[in-house]
Write a protein that binds this ligand. Structure first.
Ligand code: FE2
Ligand code: FE2
Length: 276
């Protein structure tokens, strides 16, 4: 059994809500998961001080953590920086790597960077990340539960509304299925939803979880003014997804919904997960 926390769009900067991040730190300390995954937009405007605040947050997490960049982690207005070193502030203020992967006997979590120099709302997947995905999963143990992380959505779903899927998202999700990936974690939209396996790809694919903004005031749609994250428990035959929402009265994250998805035949590459 493995446990994951899926946070997203933590947006350090003026839109960050300190009480939400303090609550997350407290929950992780009280009940540490095997891994915390943050699916991008660590900052609001890719400023060094915002990256340093994100780094402090990661340092205080009482569990290992991985991350990918989002479009807000590239400077929007600093033209020359954007042109010549779009991830320069990230590397100077946060981490020398853009993506961190995680491997344990129970878990293999691989991230793909969908942000780029001219990123605004739209994500893009580099061809090399698709062709190289299988190679990155070679570090995974035979029994490891395989997870892919990307900031922008890579699977079409009605819940996306007018938001496009990241360019080459279809190719990436197909490659992920070939690699035995059973779960895809994304953010960017600032509202949470699930795309069950039978909708993710014709013939079945990974379960896709979109996380809302966990710690910023930028919630959208049904999560306008709200914050959320996922607690995921991987069992031998199922994936339990709990969505926690911020309660303004109790000033705490509280369980809002629990779904259980059945795992089946990851090795077959078909119908990896079905909703139960
Ligand atoms: Fe965001
Ligand atoms: Fe974003």
């Amino acid at each position: 059994m493995a446990t994951l926390l899926h946070l997203s769009d933590i947006h350090f900067g003026p839109k960050h809500l300190e009480d939400r991040s303090a609550a997350v730190l407290g929950m992780v300390e009280r009940q540490p998961p095997d891994l915390v995954v943050v699916s991008g937009d660590l900052t609001q405007r890719a400023k060094i001080r915002q990256f340093r605040a994100a780094r402090q947050f990661f340092a205080r997490l009482a569990a290992p953590a991985v991350f990918v960049p989002g479009n807000h982690d590239v400077p929007l207005w600093r033209f020359w920086e954007r042109l010549f070193a779009p991830f320069g502030a990230w590397r100077r203020g946060f981490d020398r790597e853009l993506v961190r992967d995680f491997f344990s006997p129970a878990l293999a979590v691989v991230g793909v960077n969908t942000a780029h120099a001219w990123t605004t709302k739209h994500g893009r997947i580099r061809r090399g990340d698709i062709s190289g995905l299988a190679g990155r999963f070679t570090a995974a143990g035979a029994g490891a539960f395989r997870v892919l992380v990307a900031h922008h959505p890579i699977v079409a779903a009605p819940e996306l509304g007018d938001e496009p899927v990241a360019r080459r998202g279809g190719e990436l999700i197909a490659a992920a299925r070939r690699c035995g990936v059973e779960l895809v974690l994304s953010g960017h939209l600032h509202h949470a939803f699930e795309v069950p396996a039978e909708r993710a790809l014709p013939g079945g694919g990974p379960l896709v979880l979109q996380c809302g903004t966990t710690t910023s005031s930028r919630g959208r749609g049904a999560e306008t003014g709200h914050n959320s994250f996922h607690r995921i428990t991987v069992e031998p035959d199922g994936i339990v997804v709990e969505r926690l929402l911020w309660n303004r009265e109790s000033r705490a994250f509280e369980l809002a919904v629990t779904h259980r998805h059945r795992r089946a035949g990851a090795a077959s590459g078909r119908d990896i997960i079905r909703r139960t």
